[in-house]
Write a new protein. Structure first.
Length: 373
């Protein structure tokens, strides 16, 4: 009998939790428009507002500041659009859902470099903002999707404030993996996505700090307090709420995941002494390892592991499923060949130690085969 596949690709999508799937199914059966004033409509509205409370609690925000969107990508597009003509200053290691709209909205947007360990170059940010003669909006993610490196957002915000800049933070990968406190981070805008925290795909949120001027990205209805028109994705939003509440409880498991991650990395490097871990010197998410096996292309590793029943990603697997050179690893100074031989292993709520054992065995076997070839 073929063993069940091992899933170690939580940063791509965290499989939905059973309680979330049940909540989604229940919400689908409500069958009413949350804007309707009758009883079924009011029930739908209540379900949405309960979810808003749950999502706000995950990041210690005010429920009224949460705008539901179709996911992290829309939240990032909306956030950058909220700059209202400000110069966009974005880190070079952002996800494409920040980099692409930044170039579209502001063709003169400025990229801030990263250091070799994977964190933003804060001195470069300070110098960029000092040299900028127009008001700006800075966008830096809380944790990187490829390396798991956690960015010093509170420090980014402090620097940005001294130059009068607004701050957006893409917290899509950090949510549910590390504690997030909106006020402590001192950002104006924060993006979230449900499917990264074991909720349904196609729903997310932009959290907008009270008092921040915000113009709707799409119009045509008064939903979300006029900030995002269109009938709400009731079932998706309810699932997001339940996922957020459960994710908050999962934060208790962070130390266990850090233990697994560190042991995993020691075993990988013991099996392949020429291997290295990207971002190992920086604070990182408890669940993410980006490892490089020199001379073996990322795609080949992903395929070999898949054949062995283990699902991981090439560091830079993008939405089309093709593997492009990783701009993140490139920004950290990795050569094209080093970046092209990295894979990302990411654990989550249903992972077990035995999954990691299988991965290490399969990866070490591939390394042995390559050495022998
Ligand atoms: N931001 C980061 C850091 C991500 O990793 C992703 C998804 O991979 C997104 C944004 C996009 O989120 P969504 O898939 O919900 O559009």
């Amino acid at each position: 009998m073929t063993p069940a596949p091992i899933y170690l690709d939580y940063n791509a999508t965290a499989p939905i939790k059973p309680a979330v799937a049940e909540a989604v199914a229940d919400a689908l059966r409500i069958g009413a428009n949350p804007s309707s004033v009758h009883r079924p409509g009011r029930r739908a509205r209540q379900a949405i507002e309960a979810a808003r409370d749950q999502v706000a609690a995950l990041v210690a925000a005010r429920p009224a500041d949460v705008i539901f969107t179709s996911g992290g990508t829309e939240a990032n597009n909306l956030a950058l659009g909220a700059g209202g003509g400000r110069r966009l200053v974005v880190s070079a290691i952002e996800h494409d859902s920040v980099l692409a709209p930044a170039s579209r909205i502001d063709p003169d947007r400025i990229l801030v470099p990263a250091l070799a360990e994977g964190t933003l170059d804060l001195a470069a940010l300070d110098a960029t903002l000092a040299a900028c003669d127009t008001p700006s909006l800075v966008s830096v993610m809380l944790a990187n999707n490829e390396t798991g490196v956690i960015q010093p957002i509170a420090e980014v915000a402090r620097i940005a404030r001294t130059h009068g800049a607004l701050v957006h933070c893409d917290a899509v990968q950090a949510a549910g993996k590390i504690m997030i406190d909106l006020a402590g981070l001192d950002v104006d805008l924060l993006s979230l996505s449900a499917h990264k925290i074991a909720g349904p795909a196609g729903v997310g949120a932009l959290v907008v700090r009270a008092g921040m001027p915000f113009a709707a990205g799409q119009t045509g209805g008064g939903q979300e307090l006029g900030r995002r028109a269109g009938t709400e994705n009731l079932a998706g939003i309810v699932g997001f709420g339940v996922a957020a509440e459960l994710a908050e409880r999962d934060l208790d498991r962070a130390d266990e995941l850090v233990g697994w991650r560190d042991r995993l990395e020691r075993r990988l490097v013991a099996a392949a002494p020429d291997a290295s871990i990207f971002g190992a010197a920086a604070p990182r998410l408890p669940n993410t390892t980006c490892v490089m096996m020199p001379g073996v292309a990322s795609e080949l590793q992903v395929i070999a592991l898949d054949l062995a029943g283990v699902a991981v990603s090439a560091g830079a697997a993008c939405s089309s499923g093709k593997v492009a050179a990783s701009h993140v690893l490139g920004a950290m100074g990795a050569s094209a060949s080093a970046a092209g031989s990295a894979i990302r292993i990411s654990t989550g709520w249903a992972s077990r130690q035995a999954d990691i054992d299988r991965l290490v065995e399969a990866w070490a076997a591939l390394h042995m085969r390559k050495k022998a070839a």
